[in-house]
Design a protein around this ligand. Sequence first.
Ligand code: FES
Length: 236
Amino acid sequence: MSDMIKLSIFRYDPEGGEKPFMQAYEVPMLKPGMKLLDALNYIKWELDGTLTYRRSCREGVCGSDGLNINGVNGLACITPLAGLKQPVHVRPLPSMQVIRDLVVDMEHFFDQYRQIQPWLQTETPTHEHERLQLPEDRAKLDGSYECILCGCCTTSCPSWWWNGDRFLGPAALLQANRWIIDSRDEATGKRLDRLEDVFRLYRCHQIMNCVEACPMKLNPTAAIANIKRQLVARKT
Ligand code: FES
């Protein structure tokens, strides 16, 4: 087995005037369990300082290194190189505007997240310092709060590719459901009103790419189905 890993990495410099192209690199397998981010760092620090990508925590927490890896979205920092077909094709998240190399413009993605108003909304006053929640109600948030907003799910969704200007996409809708099911939140009706729209919510056609792409093993499709159930339930 070769100790060198072959990679083919998307390159694009909007100021250079060249068309995008795939650049070949080889990096040594530095340690057992070496991750794709380790390989990108090796290229950046040892071979080619011009390679541009985002990363921060290297622990699957910050969500900044979402990439398309051999055709599947994932986080570079938690993707082991062993087992990846070579050359490993590394591209930016699909359907996103590329700023440079592997860095994409996330502004629209985060704007859609802001649209679901991701904060606790209440009307009744509380005399406690905290709004208490039963353990069983807190447990209902499992599978939602862990989202790190990496964009892997939303940018894998064909419905979002085609209607991303109006369909909120899996990540924003997963988070919308997170607040709808929170027992402390008192804005459920208003949240559902804002989502009841042929594009914002109902462009989900349960293709389920989002479930496959989520590095946190969350299920945005199930969350979206729950929102649809809530909309039906309030009419009956
Ligand atoms: Fe933070 Fe990968 S570097 S999630």
